[in-house]
Design a protein around this ligand. Structure first.
Ligand SMILES: *Cc1c(COP(=O)(O)O)cnc(C)c1O
Length: 266
């Protein structure tokens, strides 16, 4: 609902980066991501919309995806980078832009204090109190911000985080390390469907039925897993009746296009 391409949590994560870049008169956003990164699409579109330029270092060998197609249409300059050099992002940035004072560094996924503050603002836009607030987690930056915001505005609400990758204990720790105060949250690590960007016919079937019944699309990487978890927990009677549940749609529907073949086999 925020914007078709600067969608969901990605705008919230970018907002304060953009503000800082503009304040520092830096008109070239430089960031990092994989070939299906929603963050890259959002950054490319943000740059275009605010009259800036953008460059992305892309992890791995050159590959064409729908996400990168949109990035290029929004004028983003793409630099494909082997996985080894990709690890040292500060070094890549320094090497490429040592003579470009206008370049502004945005870490992969927009992570940082800017993202935390931007995502915390979500809580101030709520108009009622919910018992449980569900959100998907990749790096957990969005989750950390959300938990921070909700604990300040709605201390009686519980935030439920659904990590989308396997072995997500480090995500739980990452979230906990970013919320400096003692805040408890629920964490459901068993809905990864095999790992990041992995799916199953059951998950895709769920997304298909959900879309047909509600008119709301979900992607198999993030929001599909979160919504599947929520439905499954309801089915397993995890919430007393009359509980109020809020599911946060974090956007990122470009990712759906990477699964066209898998859907067609259903
Ligand atoms: C990037 C993304 C996330 C994950 O955000 P993190 O802050 O990395 O946890 C969740 N949902 C969608 C749709 C995304 O594009």
């Amino acid at each position: 609902m925020i914007h078709p391409f600067i969608s969901g949590n990605k705008w919230r994560k970018l907002k304060y980066h953009l503000q800082t870049a503009l304040q520092q008169k830096k008109h070239h956003l430089v960031t990092f991501g994989g070939v299906w990164s929603n963050h890259l699409v959002a950054t490319a579109c943000t740059a275009a919309k605010f009259g800036l330029t953008s460059t992305a270092f892309i992890r791995g060998e050159e590959l064409q995806t729908d996400a990168l197609f949109f990035c290029k249409l929004f004028g983003m300059n793409l630099i494909f980078t082997d996985r080894e050099s990709y690890r040292d992002k500060k070094k890549l940035f320094a090497n490429e832009f040592e003579n470009d004072n206008s370049a502004y560094f945005i870490d992969e996924g927009g992570a940082g204090i800017e993202a935390l503050l931007g995502c915390a603002e979500l809580a101030s836009e709520l108009t009622e109190t919910y018992d449980h607030i569900f959100c998907a987690a990749g790096t957990g930056a969005t989750a950390a911000g959300l938990i921070k915001g909700v604990s300040e505005k709605y201390p009686e609400s519980r935030v439920s985080i659904v990590p989308v990758l396997k072995g997500a204990d480090f995500v739980r720790r990452e979230i906990a390390s970013q919320i400096t105060f003692e805040t408890d949250f629920d964490f459901y690590p068993d809905y990864h469907f095999g790992g990041y960007a992995k799916s199953s016919p059951q998950l895709l079937q769920f997304i298909k039925e959900f879309s047909a019944q509600t008119g709301i699309l979900l992607d198999p990487v993030y929001t599909g897993k979160m919504m599947f978890a929520l439905f499954d927990l309801v089915k397993k009677d995890q919430f007393p009746s009359k509980s109020t549940l809020l599911a946060i749609h974090t956007g990122g529907l470009t990712g759906l296009l990477g699964f066209k073949d898998k859907f067609s086999n259903l």
